[in-house]
Design a protein around this ligand. Structure first.
Ligand SMILES: [Zn+2]
Length: 478
């Protein structure tokens, strides 16, 4: 029964992949966000040296993008928010011509152009004040540079931090370093390979490691170097500068688990403290301990989901438990971000399920968001069911039928942030992004999603007044 859903989803996914293939010099735009993503090339590697300076909230980046040109063309465009000062831009060592629009960097290779099936390196150096003003999901008024920051790049905010092809269709490896001032720890995704404090360089690739924030340097900077060899969509790349404690351990199967827990989670001045108190009363003071407890459950959540989805796809796992209210959790590749108001093992299992669907298998078009969100939420259902089968360890679980019914009713009533019928999400998306959102989230897509996710034949699903779904059954009890 469960495997059938996954098979159904994978057929859908491969259909979308097939339809997304573009002919030479034909550009297929994203139907939900036609303004993001670019055609004519395929990125294989982002090499980034990034530094955040607290004073002035400044961002310094040296970047090399390795890409294969798919067209014969004079110019190629990249996603990059306007506002940073570009001090160097080269193609294969030659000074590049360029111009900028609000969200694009258009690059020319003077006198040479770009040739079909040829690899190039775009080298760029830029800096400036971090571009929060245009950053749709951050609460700019509440953001305090004194406390650091954490990227949250879904669906297309990577362009606020680096030059990229900001669409999940173009996935690439990442090799990067991230430098922050003393008092912060540079968390990121991928494999941590090296820690640099002043003149001291410590190799840490695959080595057990525990580090409290106060063990970092008292002054100067600290740099962490990472590599993410498995291809990643730009929105699944992130770094966070917060006062983190970290723990790295090598699991029995050789995978490396690296977790970061923010000290902001025990900060009585944290703007979300009132909300913690609402849920935890005085127990909010134990938030970091609670966070570490969540990190310990990952290997078991992975094992539970592997029995349905197949082997966990990456060599690295872990969480970044941010102390900020980021608006939710995000399945950043191999190491998800859980925010200060959104962490428990149900959310954790949702983000881990995304590592298979969303990360390993990524969207070809943002209007199919439900494909990955539906599958991830189903992963959370499976985790809850696993807990119910292990009463000796778990006394808190949501029964399978009840969880599926909750999801169905949430979808039917349009009360969630990621299903096609959600008017709230649509209006949010519209206010943030392009105006075409409403048109592409249509009746057929809604029926398709409910049908696949809740295993209800499409002809049993009816839309009432174009808004609500009624009828159908959540699941046969067999
Ligand atoms: Zn999700």
């Amino acid at each position: 029964m469960m495997k059938k859903i996954c098979l159904f989803l994978s057929i859908f996914l491969s259909m979308f992949y097939a339809s997304a293939a573009a002919a030479q010099n034909e550009c297929v735009r994203d139907s939900l966000f036609p303004g993001v993503g670019n055609c004519g090339y395929d990125v294989s590697d982002y090499d980034l040296n990034m530094e955040w300076k607290q004073e002035g909230d400044l961002w310094y980046v040296e970047e090399t993008i390795t890409f294969l040109s798919e067209w014969d063309t004079d110019e190629l465009s990249f996603d990059f928010i306007k506002g940073y000062e570009i001090t160097s831009l080269k193609i294969d060592g030659d000074p590049a011509g360029y111009e900028q629009t609000e969200n694009k960097l258009i690059v020319r290779h003077p006198g040479r152009g770009f040739a079909h099936d040829t690899a190039y390196k775009l080298y760029a150096v830029f800096h400036g004040k971090l571009q929060w003003e245009e950053y749709p999901l951050s609460d700019v008024e509440n953001r305090d540079p004194e406390k650091g920051f954490c990227m949250f790049n879904e669906p297309h905010m990577s362009r606020h931090f680096y030059i990229c092809n900001d669409h999940p269709k173009d996935r690439a490896a990442y090799h990067y370093s991230f430098t922050v001032p003393a008092g912060f720890t540079p968390a990121g995704v991928g494999r941590l390979t090296e820690i640099r404090e002043g003149n001291t360089v410590t190799p840490v690739n695959g080595i057990p490691l525990e580090r409290k924030q106060e063990e970092g340097p008292a002054e100067g900077t600290v740099t962490f170097t990472y590599e993410q060899e498995a291809e990643s969509a730009p929105y699944l790349f992130a770094v966070c500068a917060e006062p983190f404690d970290l723990k790295q351990q090598i699991l029995e199967d050789g995978k490396v688990q690296l977790d970061f827990v923010s000290r902001h989670l025990s900060d009585p001045e944290n703007p979300v403290k009132d909300q913690w108190e609402l849920y935890f009363d005085d127990d909010w003071k134990n938030m970091p301990e609670y966070a570490w407890e969540i990190t310990k459950k990952q290997p078991e959540i992975i094992r539970a989901l592997e029995s349905y989805f197949g082997p966990y796809p990456y060599d690295d796992l872990g969480f970044i438990l941010s102390g900020f209210d980021l608006g939710g959790a995000l399945e950043t590749q191999g190491r998800s971000i859980l925010d200060a108001l959104d962490f428990d093992d149900t959310v954790a299992s949702h983000e881990i399920a995304h590592q298979w669907v969303g990360d390993l298998i990524s969207l070809a078009d943002w209007s199919d968001l439900w494909l990955k969100e539906g599958a991830a939420e189903y992963g959370a259902v499976l985790w809850e069911e696993y807990k119910s089968e292990h009463p000796e360890k778990y006394d808190d679980f949501i029964p399978y039928d009840e969880f599926m019914r909750q999801i169905y009713e949430t979808v039917a009533n349009g009360e969630t942030g990621f299903y096609p019928l959600d008017n709230w999400a649509i209006s949010e998306l519209q206010s943030y992004y392009e105006e075409s959102a409403y048109e592409v989230l249509d009746h057929d897509a809604a029926v398709r999603s409910i049908s696949a996710f809740c295993q209800i034949p499409g002809d049993q699903i009816r839309l009432k007044n174009g808004e609500k779904i009624i009828g159908g059954h959540v699941r046969d009890t067999d």
